[in-house]
Design a binder for this molecule. Structure first.
Ligand code: SF4
Length: 302
């Protein structure tokens, strides 16, 4: 699908102009609650900072390179050009967030090898798509809408392709492997979440949702329809009610899974013998409305 240039800013539609905002949710944090309510609590309610996780930071770096790659003239978008972007993009990320460099402080992680892994993931990308034949309409697009219930949904779409016919494809890069069944639900939920927001914003259901798995070189494609997105909307609303219930009762259940392997909160998690800190004195169980949502998070790319 080749694409054309499009607006870089999206606006709420008439549909939601009248709604009073009751809370804010991004697909990453919604996914956290579905995976483990206690993880959601640590991140959104307690707002406990996390140490940079090498796999997640590598995902951020690869995303940054793929975003910048499309700044180059189409013919120059080669593997070599992508590799050349790795160093400068890493330097930019560290300049913006110096604590990222602390991943290498204890000498357990070799920075050269870690950067080489990012390069290998980019090589895989070129086996799945030919960026010389693509002109994304949008990259790292911030989208936001307010449902009629007042729940604000927002997040970043990695890439939006718009065909000359107007059909929209939502593309998300993952630096992990294609999901086993337990993770496929979360990955597709994230994509349907974006599709729902875009549908509400633009009035058209995206034609295709495409997950690009760089870890094992697979594409996962899905064609949503209105019924799908209405079901996603009901699911998001139900999720929000469950989050509010947890806030009211103070019961944030921990749910162990493969995600625990990467979780930075083990030492305060009952599953691993820890004790959560006292709940802070706040009443809004959603994400802070004034702060941008995290573009990437632990386990989003694994
Ligand atoms: S360690 Fe596992 S169970 Fe505990 S909070 Fe983290 S993800 Fe949840």
């Amino acid at each position: 699908m080749t694409t054309t240039e499009a607006d870089s800013v999206t606006q709420d539609t008439d549909h939601d102009d009248q709604a009073t905002v009751i809370g804010t949710l991004s697909p990453s944090r919604a996914g956290d609650f579905m995976t483990c309510p206690l993880l959601y609590r640590f991140r959104v309610i307690d707002r406990i900072p996390e140490r940079p996780a090498p796999a997640a930071v590598r995902g951020t770096l690869v995303h940054a390179v793929l975003e910048r790659l499309f700044d180059l003239p189409a013919g120059d978008r080669t593997v070599a050009a992508a590799r050349e972007l790795v160093g400068p993009q890493w330097e930019r990320l560290v300049a913006e967030t110096p604590e990222l460099a602390t991943m290498f402080d204890d000498d357990v992680l070799d920075q050269g090898e870690w950067l080489a892994q990012a390069g290998r993931l980019l090589e895989v990308y070129f086996t799945l798509e030919d960026p010389r034949r693509l002109e994304p309409a949008e990259r790292e697009l911030y989208v936001e809408t307010v449902l009629s219930s007042g729940l604000r949904l927002r997040g970043y779409v990695d890439r939006l392709d718009v065909a000359p016919t107007g059909e929209v494809r939502v593309v998300d890069y993952k630096t992990g492997t294609a999901p086993r069944a337990e993770f496929e639900r979360r990955a597709l939920f994230q994509m349907k979440f974006y599709a729902l927001v875009l549908w509400r914003l633009r009035g058209t259901v995206p034609r295709q949702l495409q997950l690009v798995y760089l870890g094992n070189g697979e594409l996962l494609r899905y064609t949503p329809d209105e019924a799908d997105l209405l079901a996603t909307e009901r699911m998001v609303e139900a999720l929000w009610r469950a989050i509010k219930r947890a806030m009211e009762t103070g019961e944030w259940r921990h749910r162990p899974s493969r995600i625990c392997e990467w979780c930075d909160h083990k030492r305060r998690c009952p599953e691993f013998g820890g004790t959560p800190p006292p709940l802070p004195d706040i009443t809004d169980p959603g994400e802070p409305a004034d702060a941008p949502p995290p573009a990437r998070a632990l386990a989003d790319d694994v």
